[in-house]
Design a protein around this ligand. Structure first.
Ligand SMILES: [Fe+2]
Length: 473
């Protein structure tokens, strides 16, 4: 809320508006990928009135700590569509692992936010939430946020489509931050999560619809608001900005080099290694730089569990978006790298495949994969029909999960739990690889790992478990 202060001085009336905080401080993972170094970034966004902020942090509590550190703050002035605002980023470096930190953002004597977070764990365990396709401002999005908070995840992973409809600054402020970074945790309002729980995100199609900076000055807000590991190389076919040179220059300066590099990255938490990649239609999943990096990065990891996440699924038994299957091309490489699970969004429901292997079909000369103009990829499926996630828990192949029920309107609700209605096509393109499809209620995924055990639970907006599997090695 804005407070207007009227000052009367020598007969002149001044109007002084107090600064408005557009987005309250929240934490981000920052540029920390593997478990060799830990840091966090605190980001907040105000209107155009400048102020001097201070960010202090300490292990345990600020009051009792022997040493209180001060974070370095950078100030970025955004001029979007004739409106000026200020984005602040405080980098908390030199953090220990497995430690609870208290932090405080102050402005003069005013406390803007006092909160805490737990740094990443090096223990052989993890506990995290996954949901995509969320930022619409719906009651279902808020209920999912609330249920996620009840699970107390160490981090949240969003496999794309963070905000609808076009990934713009004002959409984040209306439909994303109020739901995950508000003051209240309730079924009706969402959850006060982001001040303590880092969100790792990746690009969905809606997140990139506003890459023309002339037409949409607050576009591509993803790179303003997410501060993610910068450990992947640039790919040849990647997201391009369009707009006047000065707008592009200003965007690049404001995003501090994170655009477009953080479209792909990986990180580790406990005994899980997660590779996040951009799967939008401009991408070549077999880009040499991407594949070389994945081979080196995943092979170098000693994590027990290897997960890959991207927005558009390769394996989908729903009706919507069923023809775009480009990411199937990456399956043989992921199989070779020992990837256990793939987490997708895009299709607004929940789907789980049996463990599978896929060999894309090549042309007669054997030098090119065959891809239809819609992005369909035929090939040979090998299904592990023995795995049931209860008594048979060793998977032979990759389990593909679609978890796109984070808040946007559901797709194909008539298909829920009715295998006889799931997609039926030529066997080179689709076989009954899906074992669970729930499309009549919003839901999210919780993953727990402990040593060589992994548990996946799919939880609906009422807090009920609608699917559960166990994996072992
Ligand atoms: Fe999508």
């Amino acid at each position: 809320m804005k407070y207007i202060l009227f000052a009367c001085l020598m007969g002149v009336v001044f109007t002084v508006a107090a600064q408005e905080i557009l987005v309250s401080p929240y934490i981000q993972p920052g540029n920390a990928s593997n478990l060799l170094r830990e840091q966090k970034v605190i980001i907040w966004h105000t209107d155009s009135i400048p102020a001097t902020f201070n960010v202090e942090f300490a292990a345990g509590s600020l009051e009792d700590a022997k040493k209180v550190s001060t974070a370095k703050i950078s100030v970025i002035t955004l001029k979007l569509g004739g409106k000026t605002s200020i984005l602040y980023r405080a980098v908390l470096t030199g953090l220990k692992f497995d430690t609870e930190y208290a932090y405080r953002v102050t402005k003069g004597n005013d406390i803007v936010l006092a909160a805490s977070f737990v740094s990443r764990t090096k223990k052989k365990a993890s506990h995290f939430a996954v949901f995509g396709d969320c930022g619409v401002g719906s009651p279902e999005q808020k209920a999912i946020a609330y249920q996620v908070a009840q699970q107390k995840p160490e981090f949240v992973l969003i496999p794309g489509d963070l905000v609808y409809n076009r990934g713009m600054v004002n959409e984040y402020q209306a439909r994303f931050f109020p739901v995950y970074n508000g003051a209240e945790t309730s079924l009706e309002k969402g959850a006060s999560l982001m001040k303590s729980v880092p969100f790792y995100s990746l690009l969905g199609n809606h997140d990139i619809y506003s890459s023309n900076l002339d037409k949409i000055p607050g576009g591509l807000a993803y790179f303003y608001y997410n501060d993610l590991p910068e450990n992947a190389p640039l790919t040849e076919h990647r997201l391009e900005l369009t707009g006047k040179p000065e707008a592009v220059k200003a965007y690049n300066a404001a995003t501090g080099g994170r655009f477009p590099g953080t479209a792909n990255y990986s990180f580790e938490q406990g005994n899980v290694h997660i590779t996040c990649i951009d799967a939008n239609s401009y991408v070549n999943p077999l880009d040499q730089a991407l594949v070389d990096w994945m081979r080196q990065d995943i092979a170098a990891s000693t994590s027990d569990w290897k997960i890959v996440s991207f927005h558009e699924p390769g394996f989908n038994s729903s009706k919507t978006h069923d023809e775009f299957q480009l990411m199937r091309l990456l399956s043989p490489i992921m199989e070779e790298l020992g990837v256990d699970m793939v987490l997708n969004g895009h299709v607004h429901n929940y789907q789980r495949t049996m463990p599978l292997r896929f060999a894309p079909k090549m042309n007669d000369k054997g030098n090119q994969f065959i891809i239809s103009k819609e992005g369909s990829v035929d090939g040979t499926f090998t299904l592990d029909q023995k795995f049931d996630g209860a008594t048979q828990t060793k998977a032979n192949g990759i389990i593909y999960i679609v978890t796109g029920g984070g808040g946007a309107a559901l797709y194909d609700t008539d298909l829920s739990n009715k295998p006889e209605l799931w997609k039926r096509e030529a066997k080179e393109n689709w076989v009954p690889f899906t074992v669970k499809l729930v499309s009549d209620i919003h839901s999210f995924t919780m993953i727990d790992t402990e040593g060589k055990k992994l548990t996946l639970r799919q939880i609906n907006l009422k807090g009920e478990t609608i699917d559960e599997i166990h994996m072992t090695k």
